[in-house]
Write a protein that binds this ligand. Structure first.
Ligand code: BGC
Length: 709
């Protein structure tokens, strides 16, 4: 009620604030107003009607607006009433977990990354997009397409994993899902994989590492998904802020990839200059005009530092998207009832099921047999809490009465078995109960305090500390619970909720099973219960490598002024060094087993280019329905360049009934096999022998073949 009153008041207030344009006459009957005209002609016609100051205004959000969308602060870029140019409307608290504070909380993106399910990601981001339009947004600040170089990255939960191919595929699904409803903004371009020093850190890397590891997923966002807009990163790349980085923005994004949409800054302190930013490719400053204030831009224009051609190019990009998306033709009237609809609650549950990742299962401890289990004990201080993720800009506060905690979910699935819960293990009866139980489930969770976006400016408003992980282990109190549980029972199952990998080596040998639930969303508890009892056969595969210890990894650099990113990161690093990770990239167990056979590979012509077609059979050789993520990696024999042992270049998720077999074909375009030759400044395709490895993880290769071009 209070919200609605404030919103109404705010609307009146903001319309009073929007003063006109020096008494200039409103434009009527112009060609650009005719929706039947082609977009590019409407853009050019409108540009002819715009005065310089009107063009400069488009480059920022000059006045704050005072309204709320989905429980979160709304922001608008400039509008122009004389010319009828509408603003972009978006909101601060929105991202890959849900449309806004009051939206459906889906499992975090990292969980969905573990699902390896392109179609699911398309539908989840479709639902997020629909809810966003239900709140009134017409631009959405997602997805995050950042490589998790180190599992300590605070915002790892907002992205999909450590591998560029997998990230690109999930990103394309996310963007096309969102863009069924409204324009998407992929972020944070580029190299934004450290949180605590994000405003200043300088990421240094060579051109080959940039081109092959850190950029291809963004390229897919532009070329395949046709993303509408791009958000820059706060950090520097090779000494220059991403928001004024000519190489990233002009040469590569807008030049080589032909991106014709607009580039927006990250929020508050995301822009560091006026002239360099405008000339090097930034189009809009958010959330308020600071470096892109009209007066500053005008001064730079009069001094000849920013040309009219540049200002026109910026406006063209903004207007093009507004015309393409029908923003001139009125506001989309999407009913509020799309928000938290029963379909979206069901989708959140489906996504949680698909992302459950079974890391260990000794002696077939899981699934628990409802007929055999009489007495189950659940322990851990977070078991009865709803853990949705961090308290940064992607937070969603969907913890109302229908949100399901792990404890509730387990009780729901346990049938007639009795389920006792001990948050605290100090009472002697807790210890006794664990000793007497048929099985003990420990819920061990990280939360907003341990990892997440680091919003320095708001540290008093948002109590969550967030930031990068201080270390990679679980909370000490949870490790203590695990230790006590394993001392009392030989059937201990550990369920972890976190946004990225944790180190488990200290205790894992004592536990019988480990289920990674990530932050599983509003219905996550149900999926956890169903998975423990076998109603859901887990099919998640970790989209990042889990180190045995932090010492096994390269330096994170979270609190340093600069850090060098090497070519070998993630599984490529473990492979190149011959290291054994705790759990390799792509690993995840099932309650059934899969047999791979009959790999055949050959080269086919596809239009202009060549493609490797790899076909093989997969059979469910167990006794229950299950889904397998089949992964295709490519290795290089006698390459002139230093290559990874293997690179992921294809995957499919398939569901098979017991005994069922299916032939799967995965195609790898020859372009995906090229390397970047830094000296020549271009991509090189080698006519060498390529090894095709097909398997169930990056270290569980079941079939191999090779071929030459
Ligand atoms: C984040 C962005 C977000 C923006 C608006 C920034 O702090 O880095 O990802 O879209 O805030 O909330």
């Amino acid at each position: 009620m209070l919200n609605r009153f404030c919103s109404a008041l705010a609307k009146i207030f903001s319309s009073v604030l929007r003063i006109g344009h020096d008494g200039r006459e409103p434009v009527t009957g112009a060609a650009y107003q005719d929706r039947n005209w082609p977009v590019e002609e409407r853009v050019e016609d409108l540009l002819r009607h715009m005065k310089l100051d009107e063009k400069l205004e488009m480059m920022a959000a000059p006045k704050p607006i005072w309204s709320i969308m989905g429980g979160s602060k709304a922001f608008e870029t400039s509008e122009n009433r004389r010319l009828g140019i509408p603003p972009f409307r978006m909101c601060t608290m929105s991202g890959s977990r849900g449309a806004s504070l009051k939206a459906t909380a889906f499992p975090v993106a990292m969980a969905r990354g573990a699902s390896w399910d392109r179609d699911l990601e398309h539908r989840v981001h479709g639902a997020i997009g629909l809810e966003a339009t239900g709140f009134g947004m017409n631009l959405f600040l997602s997805p995050v397409l950042t490589i998790v170089r180190h599992p300590g990255m605070g915002r790892a939960q907002e992205t999909y994993g450590e591998d560029t191919f997998h990230l690109g595929e999930m990103g394309v699904s996310a963007i096309t899902g969102l863009q069924q409803h409204l324009p998407a903004q992929m972020k944070h371009y580029a190299l934004n994989s450290i949180e605590e020093n994000r405003y200043k850190i300088d990421i240094q890397l060579d051109e080959r590492t940039l081109r092959e590891i850190y950029l291809p997923h963004y390229r897919k966002g532009v070329e395949r998904a046709k993303v509408a807009s791009v958000m820059t990163a706060y950090n520097k790349v090779n000494g220059t802020y991403a928001s004024e980085n000519e190489h990233l923005l002009q040469d590569i994004l807008k030049g080589e990839w032909g991106f014709d949409g607009f580039v927006m800054s990250d929020w508050v302190d995301g822009v560091n200059s006026t002239v360099a930013a405008a000339n090097n490719g930034l189009d809009i400053e958010m959330p308020i005009a600071k470096h892109f204030r009209k007066a500053k831009l005008n001064k730079a224009f009069l001094a000849g530092e920013i040309s009219e051609a540049t200002i026109d190019d910026i406006n063209r990009r903004i207007l093009r998207r507004k015309f393409e998306w029908g923003h001139f033709d009125g506001v989309k009237d999407v009913p509020r009832s799309v928000v938290k609809s029963p379909e979206h609650r069901a989708l959140a549950l489906e996504a949680a099921r698909e992302s459950m990742t079974l890391l260990e299962n000794r002696n077939r401890t899981l699934p628990l047999d409802r007929n055999a289990i009489r007495h189950l004990v659940v322990v851990g201080p977070s078991a009865d809490k709803i853990r949705l993720g961090d308290l940064g800009s992607s937070q969603v506060r969907d913890d109302g009465p229908d949100a399901v905690s792990p404890l509730q979910g387990i009780r729901n699935a346990a049938g007639d078995a009795s389920v006792d819960y001990y948050a605290d293990l100090s009472p002697p009866r807790a210890q006794e109960a664990m000793s007497a139980a048929d099985a003990v489930v420990v819920i061990a969770s990280l939360g907003a305090y341990d990892e997440g976006e680091w919003i320095q400016q708001f540290k008093y408003i948002f109590p969550g500390r967030g930031g990068d992980r201080r270390d990679l282990s679980l909370r000490a109190e949870d490790v203590d619970v695990i230790r006590r549980a394993t001392a009392s029972s030989d059937k201990v199952i550990v369920v972890i909720q976190a946004g990225s990998a944790v180190t488990v080596a200290d205790w894992v040998d004592e536990a019988e099973a480990v289920l990674m639930a990530w932050y599983p969303g509003v219905k996550g508890g149900l999926a956890i219960g169903e998975t423990l009892f076998g109603d859901n056969n887990p099919s998640g595969k970790t989209p990042l490598s889990w180190p045995v210890s932090e010492a096994q990894l390269y330096e994170f650099g979270s609190r340093k002024p600069s850090v060098v990113y090497d070519f070998f990161q993630g599984y490529r690093y473990y492979d190149a060094r011959g290291l054994e990770p705790q759990y390799p990239f792509g690993h995840g167990l099932s309650y059934t087993s899969f047999e791979y056979s009959d790999l055949s590979v050959h080269v086919e012509l596809r239009g202009e280019g060549q493609t490797i077609a790899a076909a093989f059979a997969v059979k469910n050789s167990g006794s229950v329905f299950g889904k397998e993520v089949v992964q295709l990696y490519v290795g290089y024999v006698n390459s002139a360049a230093r290559r990874a042992v293997r690179d992921l270049r294809g995957f499919e998720k398939i569901g098979l009934q017991p005994g069922e077999s299916r032939r799967v074909t995965i195609e790898v375009p020859a372009d995906e096999l090229r390397y970047w030759d830094t000296e020549a400044g271009g991509w090189v395709f080698e006519e060498i022998e390529y090894r095709i490895d097909v398997g169930a993880s990056s270290r569980d290769i079941r079939l191999a073949a090779s071929l030459r071009f």
